[in-house]
Ligand binder design. Structure first.
Ligand code: ATP
Length: 352
């Protein structure tokens, strides 16, 4: 059975207000062409709303997301007028934690070699799926400050690793590798320095890997992973790691695939409402100019459609983005001169 065919749309802040409508134009086209009907409801959440009435994320909305929607489509959150970023924290981290979106899935796929900063690397060399743990690690806010603003100040940020949390993300990585015909899974941690939490990762990884004897399970400390990703990205098929390391490593990966304007992501709990968003932020420096690259959001739309039961449409969107890159239908940050709308038109023209 397909998930609920209804999506919640949160354009959010800055360029989110431009790239989400662009991707929804692509969705309009796909729906008309394939006779689909995915119900949509748009939510006025983000910095404007917070500044207007203090609302960040209404508690009852989380319940509605859980019950009534198959997916959430988010643009970006972040606004210089809200330096605390409290709205972004409540909406994005709130969704990740309260909806238990434990998989942060971030594909690193080079679609055209001319956008890769590494020399002599092509699309066949960079095709990696990163499984970033998304509900624990260093991002739970556990810790505190003591004697703040004094010379004796102490600040503690605790990393939480649970057996359940570590096991389910490792299992998700192996299950994906198995079903996608990948031959290896690399787990990355810093167990040589972080002896408690990351020892749990080591032991759990070995146990789960034993259930998949046909998949090569290997390990790199995260510092070595960063070096190897740049030196020999073709070594990697699937990477599984914790929340903080996944955050950092996938930004590195975004550059390998051509920049932050092309990086898509899903915050997923299989079989439940899940959230899809481009990796980039609200980019206040270019917001309102109509020059934001919509392709990361188009690829995120593809991941969402796959989650909703249409993997073939995800494939079509990847082909469309590939076509735009190959033919130079790109925005300024990729060396082109096209607007957000013009690139979106090129995507739609390819799909027609
Ligand atoms: P935050 O995540 O706090 O909202 P931000 O928006 O400053 O941060 P990023 O979104 O990571 O940070 O972007 C960094 C820079 O990359 C932006 O300032 C912008 O110049 C560029 N950038 C990001 N996304 C895009 C995009 N879709 N198209 C073109 N340029 C982009």
């Amino acid at each position: 059975m397909k998930p609920i065919q209804k999506i919640a749309i949160i354009p959010g802040d800055g360029i989110g207000q431009e790239v989400v409508p662009a991707a929804l134009r692509v969705l309009d086209h796909l729906e008309a062409k394939h006779g689909l009907s995915i119900e949509r409801e748009t939510f006025d959440l983000g910095a404007e709303r917070y500044l207007r009435d203090g609302t960040t994320m209404p508690a009852e909305l989380m319940e509605r997301f859980r019950e009534e929607f198959g997916a959430i489509f988010l643009g970006a959150l972040g606004d210089p007028r809200v330096p605390s970023n409290v709205h972004a924290k409540d909406i994005l981290l709130g969704s990740r934690f309260q909806l238990d979106l434990f998989i942060n899935l971030r594909p690193i796929k080079l679609l055209d070699s001319r956008y890769c900063p590494l020399k002599d690397k092509g699309p066949e060399d960079i095709d990696i799926m990163v499984f970033r743990e998304n509900t624990e690690g260093l991002y739970t806010g556990i810790g505190g400050q003591f004697k703040r603003d004094t010379p004796d100040e102490v600040a503690i940020e605790a990393e939480m690793n649970t057996r359940k949390g570590v096991e389910r993300i490792i299992r998700a990585a192996f299950a994906y590798a198995d079903s996608a015909g990948k031959s290896s899974v690399c787990m990355s941690d810093k167990a040589n320095a972080m002896r408690h939490g990351h020892d749990l990762w080591q032991r759990t990884f070995k146990e789960v890997a034993a259930e998949y004897p046909h998949i090569r399970a290997w390990h790199l400390y995260v510092d070595v992973l960063c070096m190897e990703l740049v030196r020999v990205p073709e070594r990697f098929e699937v990477i599984v790691t914790n929340n903080l390391f996944g955050d950092i490593v996938t930004d590195l990966g975004a550059q390998l695939q051509g920049g932050i304007g092309l990086a898509a992501s899903g915050n997923i709990h299989p079989g439940r409402v899940s959230l899809f968003e481009p990796v980039h932020g609200s980019a206040p420096d270019i917001a309102g100019q109509g020059i934001a690259n919509p392709l990361a959001t188009v690829l995120s739309l593809g991941m969402m459609l796959e989650h909703l039961g249409y993997p073939e449409l995800h494939g079509q969107l990847k082909d469309a983005v590939s076509h735009c890159l190959t033919h130079g239908h790109v925005t300024r940050e990729l060396g082109g001169s096209m607007t957000t709308d013009a690139v979106t038109d090129a995507v739609i023209a390819f799909l027609s």
